[in-house]
Write a protein that binds this ligand. Structure first.
Ligand code: NAD
Length: 355
């Protein structure tokens, strides 16, 4: 079969990690007899440099026409001084919104081979980590009213957290449906002791839960959740969160599995889907061939199974990653004593070869 994939390389380590993922996808194509046709639309800093805007219209059209979108990461210090609506990250929010990607799924899995890379005590990590953050992606404070004004103490700025019952219901259903395919538990994260938007969140999730009597629903305040993630992550199955809480908690979930370089994500809506690692463009290591490409390769694996319905191919990629890790190959972020240290490019090549 022939499939079209729009690859947004982005900035910083984006080009390095997406190239590694393409090497693996090409190996999948060879092994299983598929043809992947890539297009490379611009977004973020690279798009600002080339066109003056972080999300050219052409990029949205190319992404809509493709079977799926793979994204590296955007942003970097070069563009940090630009005003908010001209920054690279605006491209990211823009593409999520333009494609209607309201659900961001972020699985966090601790590979037994990498338990030594987890910063958790072994009595905690040995219980395992296998959770998925279901994050609302196109609402909440990142999209709410914002601005600056003169206030009581002079200049002040504000951002607004606001959710409609519809938006909460839509993302809650994704979480409950996923829990049915997993271990049957949803932990809904909020700050309902303080925020009105969280109180609506909690009430709406409770009403959706009535349609899922087979699923256990638990509510947890976000501050407690941040603590529980390092104290007892094995308790979590599906974590349902707002946009900002999910952004923060999934970085924490990533770190306890060993490295932020290991966690993939898929962002899905009614019609389109985009796959990307959860980390950013890591400008501090860009161009050094030391980035971990596994999160991006796992994102490509999610793309294969979720958008192209190639589950056997996706499983082959996941197994190739496990094989490479069990052989001791590591990028610097997860390299402990006695590991075989490799760069981003070679890690991609090794995974492609193990297919
Ligand atoms: P970051 O995730 O880029 O980096 C945080 C730390 O993790 C850095 O030390 C980095 O070297 C390390 N790291 C990240 N990915 C890694 C990988 N694959 N392998 C090894 N180490 C890795 O977060 P940041 O430093 O807060 O942000 C840098 C830039 O990325 C900013 O411009 C930010 O706005 C942008 N950003 C983009 C996205 C996105 O495109 N989805 C997400 C988050 C941040």
């Amino acid at each position: 079969m022939k499939y079209s994939i729009a690859v947004i390389k982005g900035d910083g380590i984006g080009p390095e990690i997406t190239e590694a993922a393409i090497e693996v996808l090409n190996a999948v194509g060879l092994k299983f007899g598929h043809e992947f046709a890539y297009s490379y639309p611009l977004m973020g800093g690279a798009a600002i440099d080339a066109t003056g805007v972080p999300l050219p219209d052409e990029t949205v059209s190319i992404c809509k026409a493709a079977d799926a979108v793979l994204l590296g990461a955007v942003g970097g210090p070069k563009w940090d001084a630009l005003p908010g609506d001209k920054r690279p990250e605006k491209g990211l929010l823009g593409i999520r919104s333009a494609l209607g990607l309201y659900a961001n799924l972020r699985p966090a899995l601790l590979y037994p081979e990498l338990s030594a890379a987890s910063p958790l005590r072994t009595d905690i990590s040995s219980a395992g980590i296998d959770l998925i953050v279901v994050r609302e992606l196109i609402g909440g404070i990142y999209f709410g009213d914002r601005g600056s004004r003169q206030g009581r103490y002079g200049e002040e700025a504000f951002d607004t957290e606001s959710y409609s019952a519809f938006e909460v219901e839509r993302i809650a259903k994704v979480a409950f449906d996923l829990a049915r395919k997993r271990r049957g538990k949803v932990t809904s994260v909020d700050k309902a002791n303080v925020l009105d938007s969280s109180r609506l969140w909690r009430a709406t999730v409770a009403s959706v839960a009535k349609q899922y009597p087979d699923i256990t629903l638990e509510n947890m305040f976000v501050d407690n959740c941040a603590m529980q993630l390092v104290k007892n992550p094995a308790q979590f199955d599906v974590l349902l969160t707002s946009n900002m809480f999910g952004d923060i908690l999934s970085d924490e979930a990533a770190m306890i599995t060993g490295s932020i370089g290991l966690l993939p994500s898929s962002s899905v809506g009614e019609k389109y889907a985009l796959y990307e690692p959860i980390h950013g463009s890591a400008p501090d290591i860009a161009g050094t061939d030391t980035a971990d490409p596994i999160a991006t390769i796992l994102s490509a694996s999610m793309l294969l199974s979720m958008s192209l319905h190639l589950s056997e191919e996706a499983a082959a990629v996941d197994n190739a990653i496990k094989k490479v890790l069990s052989e001791g190959w590591r990028t610097p972020d997860i390299c402990g004593e006695g590991c075989k240290k490799v760069g981003c490019r070679l890690m991609g090549k090794l995974i492609a070869e193990r297919l």
